[in-house]
Design a protein around this ligand. Structure first.
Ligand code: MIC
Length: 645
């Protein structure tokens, strides 16, 4: 049978398992990437493995999240990461170089390779004919150690792309259209593979936009072929020699089908506070705005800045509007400066921020209370911008700029101007000389890890006890994001290397008393979740911190892929309600019991939960054998230590 591209990539990297949707498979990982907010944990975990050097073809560490140095903490982390990179043979990209996903694509991505990253938007590199996935840091550390990555074999959805985008409609509208169809959980355990004649009209960076936000549908990955447009991108980066053609075989079959005619799309926008709340811009046009924000891993391409520049040329932004420009890479900033677009933006009244993730993750740029912010970023989960009850809308650079110029949400098609013409430059400055290369092994000088006071050791977790009983400390609603389980932002992100300190903020966006109640209890507890528990980020802190505070099991209607695996990695048992309506039988404060839990997990799928009224509730688990043994060991570090890697 003719193979689709996703199956070719998986088959070429299959270490064990059966490529049947729903079964566990283990894949060889060629490349890894880390960013700083998750990277410090990854490096501590890699240290615990005790290996002299990474075993991947390429491992890269970027500093792009924790850029505001309000005190020593972020700066300490940067130095720690640089020393760890030197020690273990990892490329190190310093602050100011740019967002991991954009820089990795420019410098290291190679069609046909696998990439695992400790950031959920690692999937952006699917734009290059790679199988690129986000994962919890521990799994990235193990991949760096040369161990295969375990995942549930996803279904492959073939999305046939035809037509050409009309003026004022761009790649962001394509992925917003997908989110309108699939919402924030329709992609769980799926790979979206894009193919068809319309791809000729989408550049590599357009594809990056679409692949990046596949994560917002919960997808395992998104895959695009490596074709002439990708070759042109690599040529522009001075890396044409890295081009390898990759595409689905003729007549390839898919597990499911969808299609998009680009010519029928119109400007779309995701309303507060979910990337899945997509409507047409026309439906919400006219609302006054406070801020428009251009940048992030979701819209990192040169055109995403150059088109806004051409839109504001010769105009002045209204005084009450903040148009925030967040360059995605040093290369892009250099090019905007060379072309004059940067000057045009500044003359119009735009604000220039440093290269990196910035306000996308609440590291500055919070909007004023009760005011609307339009952002080209991938996520608008409640409070993620740093402002309580924020009103963040997600849209294309065209919609964000038109709205900034008009001071209100505006469909860019209503602007009194022609759609700016943008063409990609033939060549861009090579960024690789600015990235610290791994040391030559023949000339190795021992490197000391530089651990400032912000770097605290990983807590030890004991194996799963045979009996767990305790109260339900929290019952959440549907689609709770990792930003609500363990928020980011300027105050909390600098604590990523210090679990005791960061644990104070566990579930603080939902219930500010969670930490003190957990501390007072000083024992085992449960959390109850609705559908899609833990959507969003790959941050393992959203599993480690609850575990550190005594949470031993989460019972939910369904779970997001990375969050589920992070729970397992740190010894928290992920359980699922048999019927969504069973959630009504449990309330915060109820005492639950899991007896002979080890035996129950090993015996089959059914798990009996004892209720305080003497009754019981049957739930299930969907863990593979490897996952069951991990959770029983108290997490992956214990398991690997037991197995003496
Ligand atoms: C995000 O966009 O939420 C982040 C910050 O990039 C996260 C990683 C993190 O929490 O550090 C992600 O997407 O995985």
């Amino acid at each position: 049978m003719a193979k689709n591209l996703a199956h070719q990539l998986i088959e070429q990297h299959l270490v064990s398992g059966n490529m049947k949707p729903g079964e566990a498979v283990q894949l060889k990982i060629d490349q890894t990437l880390c960013q700083d907010a998750t990277g410090t944990m990854v490096m501590l975990e890699f240290e615990a493995l005790g290996l002299p050097r990474v075993k991947t073809e390429v491992s890269a560490q970027y500093v792009d999240h924790n850029l505001i140095q309000a005190d020593f903490k972020n700066a300490d982390d940067h130095l720690f990461l640089q020393s760890a990179s030197r020690k273990w043979g990892i490329w190190f990209s310093r602050p100011g170089n740019g967002i991991s996903h954009a820089v990795h694509m420019a410098c290291f991505g190679i069609p046909g390779k696998t990439l695992l990253g400790s950031d959920s938007h690692t999937c952006a590199a699917g734009s290059m004919g790679m199988l690129a996935m986000g994962a919890g840091g521990l799994q990235v550390a193990l991949a760096m150690a040369g161990l295969p990555f375990s995942l549930t074999m996803p279904e492959v959805v073939g999305v046939e792309v035809t037509g050409k985008l009309p003026p004022w409609v761009s790649a962001k509208d394509v992925i917003l259209e997908m989110l309108r169809r699939y919402d924030v959980k329709g992609g769980v355990n799926k790979i979206f593979e894009y193919y068809g004649s319309g791809l000729a009209n989408l550049t590599a960076m357009d594809r990056h936009v679409i692949a990046n936000m596949g994560q917002e549908m919960g997808a395992t990955a998104s895959v695009f072929p490596a074709d002439d447009n990708l070759r042109a991108f690599l040529r522009q980066q001075g890396r044409e020699k890295d081009f390898v053609p990759m595409q689905a075989e003729t007549g390839a079959s898919y597990d499911a089908h969808d299609s998009i005619d680009l010519s029928t799309l119109e400007p779309l926008i995701a309303c507060p506070s979910s990337p899945g709340k997509v409507v047409t811009v026309r439906e919400v046009a006219g609302k006054s705005i406070y801020q428009s924000y251009i940048g992030s891993s979701a819209n990192p391409g040169l055109r995403d800045f150059a088109v806004p520049a051409k839109m504001v040329a010769g105009r002045h932004l209204p005084q009450e509007i903040s148009l925030d420009i967040n360059p995605s890479s040093r290369q892009l900033l250099e090019e905007l400066s060379r072309s004059g677009d940067l000057n045009t933006l500044l003359q119009a009244g735009a604000r220039l921020h440093q290269t990196g993730c910035n306000g996308c993750i609440g590291m500055g740029q919070a909007p004023a209370s009760g005011r609307i912010s339009l952002r080209t970023v991938p996520r608008n989960f409640p409070g993620r911008s740093g402002t309580k009850e924020d009103q963040v809308y997600l849209c294309s650079p065209e919609t964000a700029t038109a709205s900034a110029l008009m001071g209100k949400i505006t469909d860019p098609r209503d602007m009194d101007m022609d759609y700016p013409i943008f063409s990609e430059p033939e060549k861009l400055n090579d960024m690789r000389p600015l990235i610290l290369a791994p040391q030559d092994t023949s000339n190795e000088i021992p490197v000391e890890l530089e651990k400032g006071p912000n770097i605290q050791p990983l807590p030890d977790f004991e194996p799963l006890p045979d009996k767990i009983d305790g109260p339900i400390l929290l019952k959440t609603g549907n689609n709770v994001s990792t930003d609500e389980i363990l928020p980011a932002g300027t105050d909390i992100l600098p604590l990523r290397s210090n679990i005791p300190a960061i644990s104070h903020y566990t579930f603080s966006r939902i219930d500010e008393t969670f930490y003190s109640r957990a501390k007072d209890l000083d024992g085992n507890s449960f959390v109850i979740g609705g559908e899609n528990y833990g959507q969003g980020s790959s941050r393992e802190h959203a599993a480690i911190s609850p575990r550190y505070l005594g949470v031993r099991a989460v019972i939910a209607v369904s779970m997001a892929r990375i969050a589920r695996r992070n729970l397992i990695n740190f010894g928290v048992v992920p359980l699922l309600f048999n019927k969504p309506s069973d959630i009504a039988r449990l309330n915060q404060g109820d005492i639950l019991g899991l007896e002979n839990i080890t035996q129950q997990l090993q015996a089959g799928r059914e798990i009996v939960v004892q209720l305080a009224n003497g009754k019981s509730l049957n739930v299930t688990h969907d863990m593979s054998e490897e996952e069951v043994s991990t959770v029983i060991a108290g997490g992956l570090i214990n398991k690997v230590r037991n197995e003496k890697l």
